[in-house]
Ligand binder design. Structure first.
Ligand SMILES: O=P(O)(O)OC[C@H]1O[C@H](OP(=O)(O)OP(=O)(O)O)[C@H](O)[C@@H]1O
Ligand code: HPA
Ligand SMILES: [Mg+2]
Length: 177
């Protein structure tokens, strides 16, 4: 029996995730032809998605990493988004695409959009593997969206519960949460 099976059930299979990531990569490749694209990967949750997506984009892109945290290990947001590590270069004049694993209440993305917009990029767009509209507290326009999901707490493919389960290659759901 695999280590996660008591607590986690499969929600979106690895095959479905990978197929959708390839589609999004092809779309981004078409849209950013001739532009100097910078992926802003949001630590820690988006790392697995960002790494796979980047390999499906057929363009000479740059990768930056921005750490933010607001869940502090639980299943409910604390409502306070903190930057835990900043990008390594000025973002002014760049075509930025924020890469997220999930937009749940939208508080993190709303913070990120405001923060990055203030740095005067040439353009600013959003890619998120998951969207959970049932819990949205603010409206976020997602330019590249993987899946819309119901109000369940998901783990795997970068998403954690108390820092665990990020390394599952599928999207799982916590049993009883
Ligand atoms: O839309 P929201 O309700 O703000 O939730 C989404 C955010 O919450 C999670 O990050 P978390 O704060 O857990 O940090 P982590 O990525 O390091 O797990 C997730 O990775 C998103 O960044
Ligand atoms: O459903 C979720 N799972 C893991 N982390 C999250 N952060 C916001 N929503 C979630
Ligand atoms: Mg988390």
């Amino acid at each position: 029996m695999a280590f996660y099976e008591n607590e986690v059930g499969i929600f979106i299979t690895e095959e479905k995730v990978q197929a959708r990531v390839r589609e999004l990569g092809a779309e981004i490749t078409r849209d950013y032809q001739g532009k100097d694209l910078t992926l802003v990967c949001v630590l820690k949750g988006s790392t697995f998605f960002a790494m796979d997506l980047a390999r499906c984009i057929d363009l000479p892109l740059t990768m930056e990493f921005l750490g933010v945290s607001s869940y502090q290990g639980g299943t409910e947001t604390t409502g306070e988004v903190r930057i835990t590590s900043d990008v390594s270069k000025p973002m002014a004049g760049k075509h930025l695409l924020i890469i997220e694993d999930i937009i749940d209440t939208g508080l993190t993305m709303s913070f990120l959009l405001e923060n990055l917009r203030a740095r005067h990029p040439a353009s600013l767009k959003v890619a998120s593997l998951l969207e959970k509209p049932a819990r949205a507290r603010t409206k976020i326009d997602i330019d590249y969206k993987g899946f819309v999901i119901d109000d369940v707490f998901v783990v795997g493919y970068g998403l954690d519960y108390a820092e665990k389960y990020r390394n599952l290659s599928f999207i799982g759901r916590m049993k009883g949460k």
